[in-house]
Design a protein around this ligand. Structure first.
Ligand code: ZN
Length: 296
């Protein structure tokens, strides 16, 4: 294959984060190990956030400790502020994930920061990672829409991306936090952000809340996104749409891209096997399409 993307598994973090059923540390580590066996080389292993707000992530330190260092794997810890960054750095993770928000209202409710404040905090988190001798990436949340105030101005997202790129992250990620994006918007925004931050790669994160997730992945890759997120089994509901489908499923992404001539480095059969295992752990059917029909 002449084309390839870098895949990021977000199931252990974003997939689990919105689930009411608390998953044990051993099962979280097992999920991460299965993702590695299925070819993932970058994995969001946990978020270091307030355990009162996100009880599912209360064992973040224990997950990293039990997992340990893995050759060839970049273990990403998501953080929203300096306190979280300190916690994540103390575990010896490989990369910090900072989150800037395009919407003031979402920023206020999610992390107690305006959009501008979140950009400044993300820049400080990137500097903290670098001072500790590791890398950081940054995600622009609600890049395609806010659950409270609706549409987000693409020009605001591009300006944020430019400012964040100057802080020295390894990539700029665009997250459709609430799953409202459609392919035409994705093409336009990925293209514009890519131009603004080149040569930094653009990463994309989609939720299948309204059925457009997989189409958005394709639009993003066609527009030049070099890094794509997925969650095994399609776990990861939208916190603002009860009952919604989850993140785009890693195995659905792998199927679609590999069959289209874009290499992902993923092993479809192992992903499907893990999606079914995860369904048993969570006690529910996974939203993933491939988990239902099986790998070929
Ligand atoms: Zn998400």
């Amino acid at each position: 294959m002449s084309r390839s993307i870098e895949f990021v598994e977000v199931g252990p973090r974003d997939g689990l984060q919105n689930e009411a059923v608390i998953v044990g540390t051993a099962d979280k580590v097992a999920l991460i190990r299965r993702a590695i066996a299925a070819g993932a080389r970058r994995i969001e292993v946990a978020s270091f956030v307030n355990p009162k707000k996100v009880p599912q992530m209360a064992d973040a330190e224990a997950v990293v400790e039990q997992l340990g260092r893995v050759d060839g794997l970049t273990r990403i810890g998501l953080v929203l502020n300096e306190r979280g960054a300190e916690r994540a750095l103390s575990t010896g993770l490989d990369q910090l994930g900072a989150v800037a928000v395009a919407s003031d209202e979402f920023g206020a409710r999610n992390q107690g920061q305006t959009s501008a404040e979140s950009v400044a905090v993300a820049a400080r988190i990137i500097a903290m990672a670098q001072a500790a001798g590791i890398t950081a990436q940054v995600t622009i949340a609600t890049a395609f829409g806010c659950p409270f105030t609706g549409p987000v101005d693409p020009a605001r997202v591009v300006a944020m991306a430019r400012e964040l790129a100057a802080a020295g992250p390894v990539e700029i990620a665009l997250a459709d936090t609430i799953g409202v994006a459609v392919p035409a918007e994705v093409s336009a925004l990925v293209g514009a952000v890519r131009q603004a931050v080149a040569p930094l790669p653009v990463r994309v994160h989609f939720h299948n809340t309204r059925g457009t997730g997989i189409a958005n992945v394709w639009a993003a890759v066609e527009a030049g996104a070099g890094v794509v997120d997925g969650s095994i089994g399609g776990l990861g509901g939208c916190p603002f749409a009860p009952g919604a489908a989850g993140n785009v499923a890693s195995e659905d992404v792998a199927w679609m891209l590999e069959r289209s001539g874009v290499a992902t480095g993923l092993d479809l059969a192992r992903l499907v096997d893990t999606a079914r295992w995860l369904g048993e752990v969570m006690g529910k059917e996974m939203p993933s399409m491939l988990a239902k029909v099986g790998a070929p």
